[in-house]
Design a binder for this molecule. Structure first.
Ligand code: C2E
Ligand code: MG
Ligand code: MG
Ligand code: MG
Length: 284
């Protein structure tokens, strides 16, 4: 009896496995042709100084238009990583991001910062520095306008390599931010050695900080840490004025989140005000 059940379970399991593998194969095939056709686009989410509401810059976020349907990064980035297609797509993100930032000089000037997400595979790749240098030259963009976002996991995968990569990026003049800070297994000891510019506090902590003293403690500690290390600190995922006020009280400089704006297409982003009016925001 048990044997038969076991066999049945096995058969069921393997059928499910097959269909999952099949779905994955189709997704991979779709991704491959999307990469060839260029069905990707960037959307832009503003980053704003908490004090005076001035626009700091935009984070570029990747979208995939699959037959008119918008697919979010969490549904395809992992597979891009696994299949290493991320190299090609990541290269496109750099090139599109840098070109767009240069295009926007006439609107936002040449102090605007563009943050681009860089995957672990891309960060580790040999060609990253050369291709960045080439693209900055080609489009005539000041390196300081560019900020690369990497996660703690990306930096911790090979410490020696990370330190020397970060040094080279520093020499090139490009900024580096640690994304989703606080969720990885970062070691404060190594943070001292990393040549970075910015910490981005993960949305998880921001979402809960007004209700959870522990999350509040994490946020205020990261703000303090950033200040002591001379880094900029960005709060991610700020959705309410209450959160914004708390962050100001605790000395955070920059925010990003739905309170100010969701990610925008290029046209909407170009129309984004150079300074957010907090008073007006409070009334709506
Ligand atoms: P991330 O870099 O931490 O990006 C922030 C994510 O939080 C974005 O989701 C953004 O839309 C969302 N978000 C921002 N403000 C709020 C808010 O106030 N409330 C809520 N609920 N969410 C908010 P998105 O666009 O789905 O991106 C998810 C992740 O995908 C990114 O996390 C990043 O890790 C990855 N990703 C996006 N674009 C790229 C890319 O071009 N290359 C690579 N390698 N990864 C990317
Ligand atoms: Mg990011
Ligand atoms: Mg983030
Ligand atoms: Mg995040």
């Amino acid at each position: 009896e048990a044997k038969r059940a076991g066999r049945q379970q096995y058969r069921f399991f393997s059928a499910e496995m097959n269909s999952r593998a099949h779905a994955r194969l189709i997704l991979e095939e779709n991704l491959r042709s999307a990469t060839d056709r260029g069905d990707f686009r960037l959307v832009y989410q503003p980053q704003v100084y908490l004090g005076n509401g001035a626009l700091r810059g935009f984070e570029a976020l990747l979208r995939w238009d699959r037959k008119g349907e918008e697919i979010m990064p969490c549904d395809f980035i992992p597979l891009l990583e696994e299949t290493r297609l991320i190299n090609r797509v990541g290269q496109w993100v750099l090139s599109e991001g840098i070109a767009t930032c240069r295009d926007w000089h006439s609107i936002f000037g040449d102090e605007l910062i563009f943050s681009l997400n860089v995957s672990p595979v891309q960060f580790a790749s040999e060609g990253l520095l050369d291709s960045l240098g080439r693209l900055l030259d080609l489009h005539g963009l000041k390196p300081a306008q560019l900020e690369l976002e990497v996660t703690e996991g990306t930096l911790m995968q090979d410490l020696k390599h990370s330190c020397s990569k970060l040094d080279s990026l520093r020499r090139l003049g490009v900024k580096v931010a640690i994304d989703d800070f606080g969720t990885g297994y970062s070691s404060l000891a190594y943070l001292r050695h990393f040549e970075i510019d910015t910490l981005k506090i993960d949305r998880l902590f921001i979402t809960n900080m007004l209700d959870s003293p522990r999350d509040a403690a994490v946020v205020s500690t990261i703000i303090e840490l950033g200040r002591n290390l001379g880094l900029e600190v960005i709060a991610e995922g700020v959705e309410t004025l209450g959160q914004r006020n708390w962050l100001i009280e605790h000395g955070c400089q920059i925010m990003q989140g739905f309170l100010v704006s969701p990610s925008l297409d290029a046209e909407q982003a170009c129309a984004f005000p150079k300074q957010v009016d907090w008073q007006r925001l409070g009334q709506t």
